[in-house]
Design a protein around this ligand. Structure first.
Ligand code: N1C
Length: 263
């Protein structure tokens, strides 16, 4: 046969299912649940793994639907306390570094579902063994792949259950604009915030230390975002370079003028 991993035998363009997926998911699940037993109550990690597996194994990885994940969502989702939800777009690293240092905020990856799935890949195949460890479809190959459908659904539920004041960390150093309507934040989360439960949205617009400030709170894409949110009856504020987050960026740039205590 062909040498293992030779490119011409790959069916799809994205990386395949994470090796030892079962152990990774189970390990993360026990780890998360154990640390938060008091708030979470009982969670059955073995059942959670089984329901994730049933969502995709032996299935065509381009035909996954939200219904495939319904059992998983019912078993593993839990709400975040009011005022503590943190959304993000194009600030993946910074947002998660921030919630690790400030236990007062939760991103989706700080909930059980997001924690288990973070940086993990999975997809099925109709022929045995039902899981494709070689390759998985990219979003550009098919939208309804197991990973994309999962994140869309988990993001939708994360937004639906948010309450009080919510925050979103955006990237002001992106040339195309900090707010993108085609992002998960722009296309799913903002439309699933419930105006009866969420009072206000706080935008934290961060720019890279020493990087370009392509957009500020008065920028064009932020105006569009404000427009959408105001129309949905949310109060909205925007802060450029929210200091508690900027101080985290400063850990890696301590000598930069933006990081000096007195400016
Ligand atoms: O498309 P995005 O950002 O706006 O999505 C981010 C937004 C966050 O607020 C999260 O709640 O949507 C949620 N979310 C994740 O938590 C997440 N973890 C990993 C969405 N996507 C997530 N991923 C992967 O990153 C996933 O594969 C998705 O397609 C990207 C989105 O990153 P982005 O464009 O920076």
């Amino acid at each position: 046969g062909k040498p293992e991993g030779s490119p011409e035998m790959l069916k799809w363009k994205d990386r395949g299912t994470t090796k030892n997926l079962q152990e990774v998911i189970l390990g993360r699940c026990y780890n998360y649940v154990m640390a938060r037993r008091s708030e979470l109550g009982d969670m059955d990690c073995l059942k959670i793994w089984e329901s994730l597996k049933q969502a995709f194994i032996y299935k065509n990885p381009c035909n996954i639907t939200p219904e495939d994940y319904q059992p998983l969502m019912e078993l593993a989702s839990h709400p975040v306390p009011c005022n503590k939800s943190l959304f993000w777009s194009k600030t993946n690293d910074l947002a998660h570094r921030y919630t690790k240092s400030n236990q007062n905020f939760f991103t989706l990856e700080d909930t059980l579902l997001g924690y288990m799935a973070d940086r993990v890949s999975w997809c099925g195949d109709p022929s045995a063994p039902g899981i494709n460890y070689e390759s998985c479809p990219k979003r550009s190959e098919c939208e309804s792949n197991p990973v994309s459908v999962f994140w869309k659904l988990a993001s939708k539920m994360f937004a639906e259950t948010a309450c009080g004041v919510v925050q979103v960390m955006l990237n002001g150093s992106i040339e195309a604009g900090a707010f993108k309507s085609s992002s998960i934040f722009g296309s799913i989360e903002i439309f699933n915030l419930n105006p009866d439960k969420v009072s206000a949205v706080r935008i934290w617009l961060m720019h890279d230390i020493g990087g370009p400030q392509s957009e500020s709170c008065s920028g064009y894409s932020i105006k569009r975002l404000k427009g959408i949110l105001e129309e949905r009856n949310f109060q909205i504020t925007c802060e450029d370079n929210y200091r508690p987050v900027q101080l985290l960026q400063c850990v890696h740039n301590p000598d930069h003028t933006d990081c000096r205590l007195c400016t």
